[in-house]
Design a protein around this ligand. Structure first.
Ligand SMILES: [Zn+2]
Ligand SMILES: [Zn+2]
Length: 342
């Protein structure tokens, strides 16, 4: 099969073509696994973290990609959950031990043995992929493969972030950054919490306009003061300044959830501006989001179909993955980027 593979960790500023198009052996489904013919695979910011080594794959070469939509074309021994031809999706969750206390209570995202698709095992930047049938989700009929792909990561992790805020209907929600995940979060927040107001902090004028179009009551620059206190904030930026700034506007007992697998070090010294009474006292909390649990993907796909959420998408061919990644790095973002493979 054709696949775009990562052979070595590198800096995208120096190597603009980190992935190579190769002929790769066709994968064969094992026990309780299915084989997918990949239709589409979303391109995620986390792939930049993998390529540049912030969350490096344990083995190279590897096929990246963890927002995979495809058709079931073969079932391994004892795999019986899906029919041939079903359109299914795979997110960042690939597998976990299934036995530890975290797995047993549905927090399989926190399992010590958590394996991510497209990092710890081969992912969807390829024509075919195998995956355990327990880690696969039926795609609701309202979505095409290309529309569904970005929902599997940005959407599902956004859903988890929103859940972790503990927001109650009527409370104010702040969003710092307004990219792929946040523009989906605002749509779910408005559906799940119709009495809540959403306030958006974004550097770019275009993102602020987009936020207002999607129903934010207020949109300002990173350090602008919103008209009301926020009971919860979700941060989706790679930087530190937006966090310190948003903590100032967080209400007593409020929680800020950081939706990022890694932060970049560019403005780390800004953390020295952290002032305990202004930013943290009064029982303010900071919580990170790690990976995504299977239940988040399942629940989110249902919610997305019900709303329905249709992400804006920019299409690329499999061979154009490097260009898509580079545009993401350079923040040339017009909707979610998706590789159309079949
Ligand atoms: Zn486990
Ligand atoms: Zn992702």
């Amino acid at each position: 099969m054709k696949a775009m593979v990562l052979k070595e960790i590198c800096d995208l500023a120096e190597n603009r073509n980190p992935l190579d198009l190769v002929d790769w052996p066709d994968p064969v489904p094992g026990e309780r696994e299915i084989l997918l013919r990949v239709s589409a695979c979303g391109v995620c910011h986390t792939e930049l973290d993998e390529i540049e080594g912030r969350t490096a794959p344990p083995r190279l070469p590897v096929v990246l990609g963890h927002q995979v939509v495809g058709r079931v074309i073969e079932r391994g021994p004892r795999a019986e959950k899906f029919e041939l031809g079903d359109m299914v999706g795979v997110g960042w969750f690939y597998s976990s031990c299934g036995r530890c206390p975290f797995c047993l209570k549905g927090e399989d995202n926190l399992c010590e043995d958590f394996k991510a698709a497209g990092r710890d095992v081969n992912g969807g930047y390829a024509q075919y992929m195998t995956v355990p049938e327990d880690s696969v989700f039926k795609i609701p009929d309202v979505f095409s493969a290309v529309q569904a792909a970005p929902l599997l990561c940005a959407g599902a992790i956004g859903y988890r972030s929103l859940r972790l805020t503990g927001l109650v209907d009527g409370q104010n929600l702040g969003l710092t950054g307004f990219g792929a995940s946040a523009h989906l979060v605002i749509q779910m927040a408005r559906r799940k919490f119709p009495g809540s107001k959403v306030f958006v902090f974004a550097r770019s004028e275009k993102e602020r306009e987009f936020a207002l179009e999607l129903g934010a009551v207020w949109a300002g620059d990173t350090e602008d003061q919103p008209p009301e206190k926020l009971q919860a904030v979700i941060d989706t930026t790679p930087a530190w300044k937006p966090i310190v700034s948003a903590l100032k506007f967080l209400d007593r007992g409020g929680r800020l959830v950081v939706n990022a697998i890694r932060k970049e070090d560019g403005d780390k010294e800004y953390l020295l501006n952290l002032d305990y009474p202004t930013h943290l006292w009064m029982e303010k909390e900071i919580k990170s989001v790690a990976n995504v649990a299977r239940r988040d993907i399942r629940e989110f796909l249902d919610l997305a179909a019900e709303i329905p959420i249709k992400p804006g998408v920019q299409e690329f061919g499999l061979e154009e993955a490097n260009r898509a990644l580079l545009e993401l790095k350079e923040r040339k973002i017009r909707g979610a980027k998706v590789l159309v493979i079949d």
